[in-house]
Design a protein around this ligand. Structure first.
Ligand code: ZN
Length: 184
């Protein structure tokens, strides 16, 4: 089942998401999230983006060419916690299915240490760097009620206000179905 993607302005994107009870059967939900993400041509999707304020996000960046790092980067992250951020900050352009047609250069540290469960409820702990780290940080922001916009300067955010208002009203072209909070 393909969900509509919740877009900017919806309060669910601003909530800190809650842990999923360990062992809960979320296989169908994960399948639906992959279906939703692929239908929208995304490489990451977090549960709040389909209206569910729970600590779950998925990534699949295996289709990115010229990035050997990402060749096998398809994973499910449940109840993730970043326990450490380190390394030099870099600026890279990011987009977000919940903020359609807007790409901005976002500063993020290079390295994170993360704990999480996979779809079989196996616990993991690992360090991620580079592009993998960046993609995880973007999705992790979603389960913390944050958006990439929060990393921009106040001036830049002000300049984007008109576009963001249009998105909240559903006045934006997308190839996928969206749920706009202020659509009449
Ligand atoms: Zn996003």
């Amino acid at each position: 089942m393909v969900y509509p993607v919740v877009v900017y302005g919806d309060p669910v994107l601003r909530k800190v998401a809650v842990d999923i009870p360990i062992g809960e059967d979320i296989i169908k939900l994960i399948e639906d999230m992959y279906e939703t993400m692929y239908a929208a041509d995304g490489m990451g999707l977090a549960a709040p983006q389909i209206g569910k304020s729970i600590r779950l996000f998925i990534v699949d960046a295996t289709m990115v060419e010229d990035e050997p790092d990402l060749k096998e980067f398809k994973k499910v992250f449940i109840n993730a916690q970043i326990t450490e951020k380190a390394g030099e900050e870099s600026l890279l352009e990011e987009g977000c299915l919940s903020i359609p047609n807007l790409r901005e250069r976002i500063p993020r540290p290079d390295r994170i240490h993360l704990t999480w469960f996979d779809e079989k409820w196996q616990k993991h702990e690992a360090e991620f760097v580079g592009m993998q780290s960046r993609i995880i940080q973007h999705e992790y922001d979603h389960i913390e009620g944050k958006l990439f916009l929060d990393h921009l300067s106040p001036l830049r955010r002000k300049l984007l206000k008109g576009k963001l208002n249009d998105i909240s009203r559903g006045e934006v072209d997308t190839t996928y179905r969206i749920l706009a909070p202020l659509r009449k």
